[in-house]
Design a protein around this ligand. Structure first.
Ligand code: 8Y7
Length: 287
């Protein structure tokens, strides 16, 4: 499977998804890189991006709006000020695919103009103008399932059958995207771990990873350091690496193409082992 990253009139760039790849998380919210002013914040973010690329990240996902449970909203101006400088710098200096984590149409436009290749929207292009912006920009889009909004989504998640309901939502959004003019082969799907789901619902979805391949589109899984690990293991964020890697291993074994993670080097190692195993599963004994 390959993802064509070429927007209108730009030179051809593709992302090989025949083996699972790591998407490194780069949060540029004030709590991440705020000590020492604007210049130092940009410098620190760039250094982290550089390290993630050296560690094996094929995609860097840049986000300026926190979508953690209970997080408050961020203004357009604030979000642009956070993400645009770092996108420009990475586009200029690193050979990596850039993903912009946003729900705002204007951020999508300015981010792609600055050098972003992929739009990652936890609200699945449902905010005003987002669907049209994504269609016009003609770049790949990741559409994610969420029940509720970040401010209240973990209050009382409720499903009759979580996997079926996520599948139905994704099918509907694929149709909406295609009807808006987004190329089908530009759509990446994400079940949305932790976005309006209980611990049991999250693990049900992870166990059902393979089901999400029925659309023939790349599947992105984001479980890194999330509460589905912390609540199961009763540990804080600094102690969720092993749990995150176990989830990454399971998802990659079930064919997930993109793993969105904090711990790039460790996840890349897991993916290399999973790929080596897959090679032997597919080859006939003795050949
Ligand atoms: C996801 C995500 C977050 C995810 C996609 C966190 C921005 C919360 N999680 N995007 N973003 N999938 N596509 O803990 O699971 O990283 S933010």
């Amino acid at each position: 499977m390959q993802l064509n990253l070429t927007a209108n009139s730009k030179r051809v760039k593709t992302l090989d998804l025949s083996q699972p790849v790591v998407m490194g998380i780069l949060n540029v919210t004030p709590d991440s890189f705020s000590d020492g002013g604007q210049y130092h914040a940009l410098e620190a973010a760039f250094k982290q991006a550089e390290k993630m690329v050296a560690d094996g990240a094929k995609i860097i996902d840049i986000g300026g709006e926190s979508t953690r449970p209970g997080a408050s909203v961020v203004s357009l101006e604030e979000e642009l000020a956070r993400v645009i400088p770092i996108i420009k710098r990475i586009a200029l200096q690193l050979d990596v695919v850039i993903s912009i984590d946003t729900s705002k149409a204007q951020v999508m436009r300015e981010a792609v103009a600055a050098g972003a290749h992929i739009i990652n929207d936890v609200r699945a292009l449902q905010e005003e103008g987002a669907l049209q912006a994504a269609a016009e920009l003609a770049v790949p889009v990741c559409i994610m399932h969420m029940q509720g909004q970040p401010i209240n989504m973990q209050d009382s998640p409720s499903y009759h059958d979580v996997t079926t309901e996520v599948l139905v939502f994704l099918q509907q959004r694929i149709d909406d995207c295609v009807n808006a003019g987004i190329r089908r082969e530009h759509i990446i799907l994400d079940p949305g771990f932790g976005f309006g789901k209980t611990l049991e619902q999250n693990y049900q979805l992870l166990a059902d990873t393979a089901v999400f391949h029925q659309f023939g589109l790349p599947v992105l899984i984001g479980v890194s350091r999330k509460s589905m690990i912390g609540n199961l293991l009763q540990c804080d964020e600094s102690q969720r690496l092993a749990g995150s890697l176990a989830c990454a291993s399971a998802a990659a074994t079930d064919g997930a193409q993109i793993l969105r993670v904090h711990d790039v080097r460790e996840t890349a190692d897991v993916l290399a082992v999973v790929a080596q195993l897959a090679k032997h599963r597919n080859s006939k004994r003795g050949s």
